[in-house]
Write a protein that binds this ligand. Structure first.
Ligand SMILES: O=P(O)(O)OC[C@H]1O[C@H](O[C@H]2O[C@H](CO)[C@@H](O)[C@H](O)[C@H]2O)[C@H](O)[C@@H](O)[C@@H]1O
Length: 381
């Protein structure tokens, strides 16, 4: 297939929130072959316990909306009012997205007698968002918490970064890794024959010499991604603060350090380059534009793929949990919600619409959640 000149894909327009500009997306082509797609049957609804959690959120809200202590007029500053207002909006939002820590008991009820499988995003979930992507290191405490849960439950990290890069940050061999938004998965050798239709899988060995399965559904796009990386780098090089990142099967154009009056220029330059690449599409993350192949593959598909590889996809006694903070994590939240198989936890300190069920404020709460989960598992076995 001539990827660069194929104009078969219809184009639709999606709003680009923070740039307030139209963004072009191309719909997926039929690549990879349809045999790749997993056929996950609909599951029965989650137990009603989960509805009780939503109801309990109202209690939090009612407690939070109790009148604060009366202030003296001299210390009643406008920024206090704003902070209170934001806090109240966040607590309102938590009625629909209860805290996974506050609802931990309900979660353990759901998990009782089930095998948990954990899927974790990296940036903004295991490491705080920082200005320079190269500095997004994970704390030793977080690493210890991840190592601990991974010793108790099958655990995978699914990141937009390249698999190698995320492994360099995490440095744990106890888990599975999916880089480039799930387009580069190093997973277990399959337990069942049912997923033998993933022909693109190749046997490989990990850094410890252990036999693993390597699944790279977009490998055909590698030369194109390398080329577009060069072209984009050239095109944005004079925009102060703009930064390129090579994520192997995807390319990131960061604008976190760009002055807002140059956002439009960043977008224009990127879309101008992409006009020559109809087989690539543009998505938008946290102050980042991401260029990736149009294949129908995302973090949600990666979750399904890993569950299947682990032999955990068709079973009612499995509870997959996905923790993530960004738009691309929504694909995974959606899959769990649609299949009624597990749930998502959105990491956010501001109210956001999401297909996740629970929420956590920031990576420090994620760490606490992981520790609590490990302690519960050890206490219950
Ligand atoms: O799927 P993820 O693991 O969350 O990766 C998504 C992108 O994360 C990184 O960018 C984000 O974090 C940076 C470091 O905190 C921040 O500077 C940037 O503004 C954020 O967008 C990563 O650098 C990207 O390549 C990933 O695609």
């Amino acid at each position: 297939m001539d990827l660069k000149t194929s104009h078969n894909s219809p184009v639709f327009v999606d709003p680009l929130p923070s740039l307030a500009l139209p963004m072009t997306y191309t719909t997926p082509t039929s690549f990879p072959p349809s045999g790749l797609y997993l056929n996950t049957p609909k599951k029965k609804p989650l137990p009603s316990k989960i509805e009780e959690v939503r109801a309990a959120g109202w209690l939090d809200l009612m407690l939070a909306s109790s009148p604060p202590r009366k202030r003296q007029s001299k210390d009643f500053l406008p920024h206090d009012v704003q902070a209170d207002d934001l806090d109240l909006r966040y607590r309102n939002w938590m009625v629909n997205y209860p805290s996974a820590l506050g609802s931990f008991e309900a979660i353990t009820e759901l998990a009782r007698g089930k095998k948990l499988a954990l899927f974790l995003d990296y940036d903004g979930t295991l490491s705080p968002i920082v200005d320079n992507p190269a500095n997004a290191v994970m704390s030793d405490e977080m690493r210890a918490a991840v190592r601990h849960v991974a010793s108790l439950f099958p655990t995978a990290i699914i990141s937009g970064r390249s698999r190698d890069k995320v492994f360099d940050f995490v440095k744990l061999t106890e888990l599975y890794y999916a880089g480039s938004h799930g387009m580069d998965i190093m997973g277990p050798i399959r337990k069942s024959e049912s997923n033998g239709h993933h022909v693109e899988c190749v046997r490989s060995t990990d850094s410890e010499g252990k036999e693993v399965n390597l699944f790279q559904p977009a490998s055909e796009f590698l030369p194109m991604i390398a080329e577009v990386f060069e072209n984009l780098s050239e095109s944005i090089k004079d925009i102060e603060g703009a930064r390129m990142e090579d994520n192997k099967f995807c390319v990131s154009v960061h604008y976190r350090n760009v002055a807002p009056h140059d956002y439009e220029t960043v977008h224009q330059r990127v879309t101008a380059v992409l006009k020559d690449y109809p087989c690539l599409r543009l998505t938008h993350g946290r102050k980042v534009l991401e260029v990736r192949p149009v294949i129908d593959w995302n973090k949600g598909k990666a979750v399904e793929f890993l569950l299947e590889s682990l032999g955990l996809s068709e079973s009612d006694d499995v509870l997959p949990i996905y923790v993530g903070d960004d738009k691309t994590d929504e694909d995974a939240f959606k899959v769990l919600k649609a299949n009624n198989h597990g749930f998502g936890i959105l990491v956010s300190s501001v109210p956001k619409d999401s297909d996740a069920f629970y929420s956590l404020r920031d990576p420090s709460e994620v760490m606490e959640f992981l520790r609590t989960l490990a302690a519960w598992k050890e206490g219950s076995s």
